[in-house]
Design a protein around this ligand. Sequence first.
Ligand code: AHG
Ligand code: MN
Ligand code: MN
Length: 331
Amino acid sequence: MENVTTLGEFIIEKQQDFPGSSGEFSRILSGIRLASKVVSQQINKAGLLTDILGTAGSENIQGEQQQKLDVYANEQFIKALKYREVVCGIASEENDEFIVLNDNGKYVVAMDPLDGSSNIDVNVSVGTIFSIYRRLSPVGTPVTKADFLQKGTEQLAAGYVIYGSSTMLVYTTGSGVNGFTYDPGIGVFVLSHPNMKTTEDGKIYSLNEGNFYKSSKGIQEYVKYAQTIDPKTNRPLTGRYIGSLVADFHRNLIKGGIYIYPATSSSPNGKLRLLYECNPMGFIAEQAGGLASTGKQRVLEVIPTELHQRVPFFVGSKNMVEKAISFVKDE
Ligand code: AHG
Ligand code: MN
Ligand code: MN
């Protein structure tokens, strides 16, 4: 064990990269680390607990059924951040309005506490996505909506936790991407994937092809392109779609690929949420050498107008994203 770096040590080491940092920012990451262990533990035994599987009988602001674990994960992350007292507010996919925390906190957090939650009941990977900003309003006053409506380029940190065959926490503070695998035996995250980079090209495309006829001509043409045998490789691209953004993104980050959730006739802005999903994943993708686009512009440069705003999303290996958006840019 003498050669391992734990997430706790890593956070403290990296604190020195933020001159004048009082350690408050590190405390947010520690809160997220703790909540993700609690959620991971609960997800691992979800199949055993009849009272944690299934729907909670409520809907979130977007009219989606909330799963019991959505509600549970949301509570755990809010609690862990609240008690650290350095966060002045949280915007969560599961709450209609932002949550006001400590007025003296300097930071705000946007999160998707449980991504891909419809996959829990069938034992498929799910995740948590988070993003941290410095507040704009004065310290000592209640957090405002404007504190959350910042461009993705303003993110101080972003990351995700994947509850998969193992639990991993992957994050960036703007100087590369690092991945930590959870060792449940000793209860620590260990640096297993230092300085993650995604390849410029890849073989995998991930989108819900059931939406083919609800998608634009450009997207349909892209899907046909992906299915065409490439004379150089003598094969088409490989289709992989889990239906948990975190899991699809994580695989593509490691193997090289593209994830797309386009505009459709029923969801003209796509399905994924700018603050909770696209900006954090976009930041990580860029930090790993990839790209994130709405098809028209860099995701991180979209000026948010609403907390629960959605945008079409193209993310992954640089050349693959450039190719895909070339099909839709004039639409
Ligand atoms: P969430 O569970 O947080 O609502 O997110 C689900 C998202 C995303 O994880 C996934 O990629 C996408 O929805 C799947 O949507 P479709 O079922 O429409 O393909
Ligand atoms: Mn989600
Ligand atoms: Mn969710």
